[in-house]
Design a protein around this ligand. Structure first.
Ligand SMILES: [Zn+2]
Ligand SMILES: [Zn+2]
Length: 338
């Protein structure tokens, strides 16, 4: 089969590789649509170190069951499916207490298991969900990033019509707008340094957009909240500047949730948290939100495909990821169809 193989920093050529064979309890899925994730673009640069070459990346995808191994019970050849990239053990303390995203033995498709920038991908049956008939392949490919946004919003304490600030209007930040709206957010304020992404935020229902290159983002949020700051702030960038802002934009006693995951270390003013009694917490991946994400799309409550700005073939993927990594292109979401 053909696959984009990450072979080292800035190297991900299209290669002919053996098609994987499903073992007992596994399925072979023919990839129909796969999203290009910002984390793959970071991984391609070789700076994060989570993806060890050679590896086939790609973890946001839908497809058709091409073959099934022994003991697969719930799927057959030809079924339309969507696959969670998290492979969890099911028996560690975290799995057993309902936090499989914190599984102590977890692995990730497209991170340390070969993923979906390929014609076929081998997956465990427990990772597979039926793709409802009313959902497109592209909608299936966007279930995973929407689940990440829904998880962050689920972890954000929020009252009906509360003002919510979202820092960062990349894929996750933008999907967080939709998820926060679904949860009953009032005024949604979004910050980003890209006019292109802010225009998207507006289109998706942000009430106020702020470009920190043009105005003081913290002062702008204060002006929008009677000088108090917002009860809920979600950080979806992951660098010092926005981590700092996220604390200063929260009102006293407010909740700050961090999903951004770029710089391993940031500098913050701890006194902001202590003296103003802020609650700061991280959000990573998702748990039951993968199922909820499918349901939100199926029931037409959210359509994440509005984020797709480019559609291309698998063999165009190398150039596309390279363009994104070099900042030559600014597509919010790219979907490849092998
Ligand atoms: Zn992703
Ligand atoms: Zn586990």
């Amino acid at each position: 089969m053909r696959a984009l193989v990450y072979e080292g920093a800035w190297q991900m050529p299209l290669r002919e590789v053996p098609t994987p064979e499903p073992n007992a309890g596994e399925l072979l899925v023919k990839v129909e649509a796969v999203g290009v994730c910002g984390s793959d673009v970071h991984g391609y640069k070789g700076t994060t170190g989570r993806r060890k070459p050679p590896i086939i990346m790609g973890h946001e995808f839908s497809g058709t069951v091409a073959s099934v191994g022994a003991a697969v019970e719930n799927f057959k050849v030809g079924d339309r499916v969507v696959v969670t990239p998290l492979l969890t053990c099911g028996y560690c303390d975290n799995c057993r207490t309902g936090f499989p995203n914190q599984c102590q033995n977890r692995s990730g498709l497209g991170v340390n298991l070969n993923g979906a920038y390929a014609e076929y991908v081998k997956v465990a049956e427990k990772m597979v969900f039926p793709l409802p008939a009313e959902m497109s392949w592209e909608q299936g490919a966007l279930v995973e990033p929407l689940a990440v946004a829904m998880h962050a919003v689920n972890l954000t304490p929020m009252q009906l019509l509360d003002t919510v600030v979202i820092l960062g209007a990349g894929t996750i930040g933008l999907l967080t707008i939709l998820a926060a709206r679904l949860k009953g957010a009032g005024k949604i304020i979004v910050t980003d340094t890209s006019a292109h992404r802010l225009a998207f935020a507006r289109q998706l229902g942000a009430d106020v957009v702020i470009n920190p290159n043009e105005q003081d983002a913290v002062e702008a949020v204060k002006a929008q909240t009677n000088g108090k700051g917002a009860p809920a702030v979600i950080e979806a960038v992951g660098i010092t500047a926005t981590a700092k802002q996220s604390l200063m934009m929260a009102r006293n006693g407010g909740n700050v949730v961090w999903i951004g995951n770029s710089d391993p270390e940031v500098t913050i003013n701890m006194q902001q948290i202590v003296t103003r009694e802020l609650t700061v917490r991280g959000a990573y991946g998702f748990n039951d939100e993968f199922r909820l994400s499918i349901e939100a799309i199926r029931a037409r409550r959210i359509d994440p495909t509005v984020l797709i700005e480019k559609r291309a073939r698998l063999d165009e993927g190398t150039q596309i990821v390279d363009d994104l990594a070099r900042g030559k292109a600014e597509w919010i979401k790219v979907v490849l169809t092998p």
